[in-house]
Design a protein around this ligand. Structure first.
Ligand code: GAL
Length: 691
């Protein structure tokens, strides 16, 4: 069924046909102008430059038939936009955008800087990135540029500005994606010199740096900034952490360069974003998002199987980058081409994933990609249309999603998930732990997801945020491994607790200061006094250690910290059983009141069951209630609120059907009428609103 808005757009477009060719282009370009675009967008990455123009209309017709209202275009098309230095050709792109508009499809323009043309890198090889060993990339593949190269930035600015001058007021262009998946830094001489200058600006004097990095260790003392090596591994932890900060700032300025080319020429309504990669930790996403308008990410399932909790956590983290709804700029139409075994999502799971994105606050979902180029590195990747230009089997499932987005868009417009629980995502801590895992299996992201799982299942909504964000609205804040904890951050957390907030710190918290040096108080560093206890010693575990307390019994693996409870009012929640002698009968988790709130320290990587019991007791204690208390296991419950609407999204991630009782009669937005319970088949979805 065509949504009312779409019908209106078609009428607007049809009306323009009678007024002649010149005005047609303007009228049809207005057909999907921003104010008229559907509130939920389904779309695909489309590469018109890879196809004869005579084919475009057929593609767009198929997209329109599947209710796709969005294409992302242009992000690798530099050699077509600027075939030779200073020779531009945008006529094809003008026509592609206009034709998309005719089919009620709006456009996100990608700046093409992730794939420089051969003329550029051949004439200016200094723009190519260099690896740690000093080897320059050659032309080929993609992302072969140096993110720090001033010359590359000049070219990037020029091509971006040309695009912005041309499309900054195009009513059918809704936003901009800068580059594509920022990733590898460069270690070329220019980047190194910038790192040295960055260090000088941060530390002022070399003595200050020597002091913060404790460079008397192994005779590392530097006489001036230029002597400092640039490496990603095996160096002083202070250096490694600063390199990551430098890389984050450099990607931010890489964005700023292109933003400064777009903003002066673009309507305010056109957003600027870039597409990120979930748990990727090459830079601090909060820094890189600070000059972007919205967050957008590429949702590919990590290890060939769809782990809905892990995927949900990545959605929530992306929402947290700007603390507002986000876009899924790419996702897989069933399978990818870059795993060892590129297994497919089962029938129904593509729809399941699309709705999960919406449930967690996405306002757009775009598939990568519409159709494979006939040649190129990604011929085996999942698509919506095959080499012959006709739909592949998953197209129908995507079409169903498109129909459903059109149906529910109005109700979901202006709504967003709302949480009273937050999980901290801290890049400094993730890096610091990864620099020195001490137990090779201690993956800081896995430990975050360990906490996220039960919190999400029990509270049914979790924000994943930076430790520097405002915490006031949360009843419970959990930092799974806040390894780097400065005095300033500790004060921020203390202020939260004193006002009634409840903080839970996981293992390895508070070990380091902001220079990655050891905190002299032991763990949790500047929060030792508030906790009334501390970590006496940490142990990497090979074998499991029993752990028990009032909430239940279980075991610790990978990591165990021997805690002490020094203050009289510090309570022991969990204790270790018999183990290496050091841990026997020692506290494993302790808690204490702080002002109107509490601090809890969990010193061990504890098993899923025991962790679930612990989080359940903490949530109850601090008054966090689930949205739908009796939802069956594996049925995800998402709620978006706002704009006077409250919408429930139910997703059955199980392979068996599930019955869900609703709290009261609700309106079924996918089916008809209202209901008090829902039967969901395997991977089934329903969307309901308050009557
Ligand atoms: C993404 C990338 C796309 C495409 C896709 C394939 O990382 O942004 O251009 O390569 O992977 O899964």
């Amino acid at each position: 069924m065509l949504a009312r808005k779409t019908l209106h757009l078609i009428m607007a477009c049809t009306a323009s046909v009678s007024v002649g060719l010149a005005s047609l282009s303007i009228a049809s370009a207005q057909a999907t102008q921003y104010a008229e675009k559907p509130p939920l967008l389904l779309g695909a990455a489309w590469y018109p430059e890879q196809w004869p123009e005579s084919r475009w209309e057929a593609d767009l017709e198929l997209m329109e038939a599947a209710h796709l209202h969005l294409v992302r275009v242009g992000e690798f098309a530099w050699s077509v936009m600027e075939p030779a230095e200073d020779k531009y050709d945008f006529a094809w792109l003008d026509r592609a955008i206009e034709l998309a508009a005719k089919h009620h499809i709006c456009v996100v323009l990608g700046t093409p800087t992730a794939a420089p043309p051969a003329w550029l890198t051949t004439k200016y090889p200094d723009t190519l990135r260099m690896d740690e060993k000093g080897v320059r990339d050659e032309h080929g593949n993609r992302q072969q540029f140096s993110f720090a190269s001033e010359r590359y930035r000049k070219f990037a600015h020029e091509i971006t500005e040309k695009m912005a001058e041309r499309y900054g007021h195009n009513p059918n262009v809704v936003g901009w994606q800068l580059d594509n998946e920022y990733a590898a830094p460069s270690f070329d001489p220019e980047a190194k010199a910038q790192f040295h200058a960055w260090l000088k600006a941060k530390y002022g004097t070399i003595d200050n740096l020597n002091n913060r990095w404790t460079t008397s260790y192994w005779s590392q003392t530097y006489d001036n900034f230029d002597e400092i090596p640039v490496r990603e591994k095996g160096e002083n932890p202070g250096l490694l952490l600063d390199w990551k900060h430098f890389v984050s700032d450099t990607w931010k300025s890489y964005s700023a360069n292109q933003i400064s080319a777009i903003r002066p020429h673009a309507d305010k309504r056109q957003f600027i974003t870039t597409n990120t990669m979930g748990w990727f930790d090459g830079f601090d996403e909060y820094v890189v998002h600070s000059n972007l308008d919205i967050a957008a990410w590429d949702d590919y399932i990590g290890d060939e199987h769809y782990d809905w909790l892990d995927n949900g956590a990545r959605h929530d983290m992306t929402r947290g980058f700007k603390d507002k709804n986000f876009w899924v700029m790419e996702t897989q139409p069933a399978f990818v081409n870059w795993h060892a075994v590129n297994s497919t999502l089962a029938r129904g799971q593509v729809r399941d994933m699309a709705w999960q994105a919406i449930g967690h606050g996405a306002d757009a979902v775009a598939y990568w990609q519409w159709r494979s180029a006939l040649n190129g590195q990604e011929q085996y990747h999942g698509v919506l249309v095959g080499a012959d230009g006709t739909p592949v089997p998953v197209y129908d499932e995507v079409k169903q999603v498109g129909e459903e987005f059109d149906k529910t868009g109005k109700a979901l417009e202006g709504t967003t998930p709302q949480s009273s629980v937050a999980l901290i995502n801290d890049y400094d801590s993730r890096w610091a732990i990864n620099f020195q895992r001490h137990n090779r299996n201690f993956d800081p992201v896995a430990e975050m997801v360990n906490f996220y799982g039960p919190l999400y299942k029990q509270a049914q909504s979790v924000d994943v945020i930076s430790v520097h964000d405002s915490l006031d609205k949360y009843k419970l804040v959990v930092a799974a491994g806040l390894n780097v904890l400065s005095k300033e951050t500790a004060d921020h957390l203390l202020a939260y607790m004193k006002q009634g907030g409840n903080l839970v710190l996981g293992p390895r918290s508070g070990m380091k200061d902001e220079y990655d040096a050891l905190n002299v108080e032991r763990q949790p560093g500047p929060l030792v006094d508030a906790l009334g206890g501390r970590v006496e010693q940490f142990y990497a575990l090979e074998d499991k250690v029993p752990v028990s307390g009032d909430t239940g019994s279980g075991s610790a693996s990978l990591w165990a910290e021997q805690l002490s409870a020094k203050a009289v009012d510090t309570q022991v929640l969990l204790r270790y059983g018999a183990s290496n002698g050091w841990l026997d009968n020692q506290p494993a988790a302790i808690t204490r009141k702080v002002g109107k709130g509490t601090i809890t320290y969990v010193g061990a990587w504890i098993d899923d069951d025991l962790l679930a019991k612990l989080t359940s007791s903490l949530l109850q204690q601090h008054g966090v209630k689930p949205i739908l208390p009796d939802a069956p296991d594996g049925v995800e419950v998402c709620q978006r609120k706002g704009n006077g609407h409250s919408v429930l999204i139910l997703i059955n991630h199980n392979t068996a059907k599930a019955h869900v009782k609703l709290p009261h009669e609700m309106r079924d937005l996918l089916g008809d009428g209202s209901r008090t319970s829902v039967d969901l088949p395997a991977y089934g979805v329903d969307v309901l609103s308050e009557k």
